[in-house]
Design a protein around this ligand. Structure first.
Ligand SMILES: C[S@@+](CC[C@H](N)C(=O)[O-])C[C@H]1O[C@@H](n2cnc3c(N)ncnc32)[C@H](O)[C@@H]1O
Length: 279
């Protein structure tokens, strides 16, 4: 599975999905990680940089923030949106950040982890670059929402099982237990998962589905649909979400798991270290 946008994808992503989805999750993630002024932060799979910009605001002029992503288009958009901010942008893969060992105080990552082809190698890399006592906070979808479930069913009916599979994979994420086990196996301690839930508020399906899919890797398949098929697909989503319509909006619950942990100090014994509230 991958998430690689090209052409106008990053621009549409930033203008639509960031305000409606990712910006709100970014605020929730940042509240969980409590960045302090002066800290050095790495934002992995930063996309168009919403979490990166919030992190820079939190660490201030004395702190330093790096945004890393393997998609040049997303990074170009991130760069253009933060021209006046002192942020370093790096085009690399999560498993090979190129950063020195023990050089990052806090590593954050939002909705990128489940795309990493080798998650164990990525966690090992994150452990390497964090300072002893450094912390990690990774936000990952808690599976599908009512909206994404309905959308994928409609894609299967009106486009193809292959396209539906591709879109479903965007929400095929590890369980909280698997996430905790993976972080512990990478050498982190004080590992935990906090489930965050938000009430998502988006335009009605007729407006939102085209916007959403225009910023997804399957954009072309939706764009190429005949008019009557597109209308039928949207009608299926509208029907499935009818209980969530409030006026001219769809308001539905969605959830993420935020995986947190600490890199152990070399001299610390089991259970030593920083309190969970500092993660
Ligand atoms: C759904 S977007 C999330 C972007 C951003 N974190 C946000 O919350 O808006 C997923 C991002 O993960 C990036 N990505 C996927 N696989 C990656 C990898 N192996 N290394 C670095 N970035 C990756 C994609 O390029 C994309 O920008």
């Amino acid at each position: 599975m991958s998430f690689q946008l090209s052409g106008s994808g990053p621009d549409i992503y930033e203008r639509t999905l960031v305000p409606l989805w990712f910006g709100r999750w970014a605020e929730a993630l940042l509240a969980q990680v409590s960045l302090a002024p002066g800290e050095r932060v790495l934002d992995v799979a930063c996309g168009t940089g919403i979490t990166t910009r919030l992190a820079k605001r939190a660490v201030g002029d004395d702190g330093h923030v790096t945004g890393l992503d393997n998609n040049a288009g997303m990074l170009a958009m991130a760069h253009s949106l933060a021209a006046e901010l002192d942020i370093t942008w790096v085009e690399r893969d999560a498993v090979d950040t190129g950063l020195p060992s023990d050089s990052i105080d806090a590593l954050i990552s939002q909705h990128g982890y489940h795309y990493f082809p080798d998650q164990a190698a990525a966690l090992a890399e994150f452990h390497r670059i964090l300072v002893p006592g450094g912390r990690i906070a990774v936000s990952i979808w808690d599976g599908h929402s009512v909206y994404t479930k309905a959308l994928c069913a409609a894609l299967e009916t009106h486009i193809s099982p292959r396209i539906a599979r591709k879109q479903r994979a965007q929400r095929q994420t590890p369980s909280a237990r698997t996430l905790e086990d993976s972080l512990s196996a990478a050498g982190f301690h004080n590992v935990s998962v906090v489930r965050q839930e938000l009430s998502i508020n988006v335009p009605l399906a007729a407006d939102f589905v085209p916007l959403h899919l225009a910023s997804m890797p399957i954009a072309a398949a939706f764009h190429d649909l005949a008019d009557q098929n597109r209308t039928a697909l949207i009608a299926d989503v509208s029907r499935a979400l009818r209980d969530y319509v409030v006026g001219d909006r769809m308001i539905y619950p969605d959830a993420v798991n935020v995986l947190t942990g600490l890199k152990r100090h070399p001299m610390a014994s089991q259970g030593d270290g920083i309190l969970p509230s500092q993660v």
